[in-house]
Design a protein around this ligand. Sequence first.
Ligand code: SAM
Length: 268
Amino acid sequence: MDDGKIDFSAISDEGVTWTLLGTLYLRAYESRLPRPILGDRHAAEALSRIDYDFAKLRRRLHPNGNQFLVALRAKVLDDWCTDFLTRTPDATVLQLGCGLDSRMLRLDAEGAHPWYDLDIPAVIDLRRRLYPEKGNHQMIGASVTDTGWLDKVPGDRPVLIVAEGLFPYLTADQMRRLLPRLTAHFDTGELLFDGLAPSMVRMGRLFQWPVRDGHEVERMDPRLTLAGQVPITDLGHLIPVRTYRLLYQFMHAVPPLRRLLVDYRFTF
Ligand SMILES: C[S@@+](CC[C@H](N)C(=O)[O-])C[C@H]1O[C@@H](n2cnc3c(N)ncnc32)[C@H](O)[C@@H]1O
């Protein structure tokens, strides 16, 4: 029977792509808590339209603290986005590895900015069924490592490039090629992304690119200037559940734990 739900069976349970469902699930879960940090109600709406074995997903994800990790990571990035877009009303937004994230609805519901959401073609096919393209909001189905897709994005405006939960899955060589390609295409802008410490990268089967410090990214592309690096534990005080708040605050006090997941902001 066709119940109008979006069939997720085209997405394998094994590869990187599956992770987009995990982050969506955790954001939806967090949005239902009393006093949420991100409160992404669009994630909850999107999730309700997807046909998937969510009991299995829940067992695999253990939303016992990870929902705050995902919410804090997105909150830092959203705040930086808002800051840039407020100062730069003529900016274009380019989101890489967008998955089923609803940032354009959270931050640009009126479509004030030309906004490009990129992910691999199978994901963009699903995304188009959840969030129809309209007005200024467009989607690009391509691997970020391919050349050519950037021609679809006009380079004549300042740009806000956001890559959440993507770069750790690329290799250092891919990053070394990608960063200068991005910054050469636009005159000026900001690049926001999250990076994992080497110990985190060693722990995850799919992770490939660790970031020890934002300055090493400047060395990969000299056009980039580090403008901020915020460990997500920095915002641990926002967590509404005492046990997890204390856990994140403990992690923040221990330098190797503090640097496990850091949001980075670069200007160029
Ligand atoms: C952890 S999910 C994050 C999704 C989304 N940014 C979010 O926060 O919910 C990783 C995303 O990166 C995408 N991805 C992985 N490798 C990619 C590539 N080479 N090109 C484009 N997207 C890629 C996956 O398809 C997936 O949607």
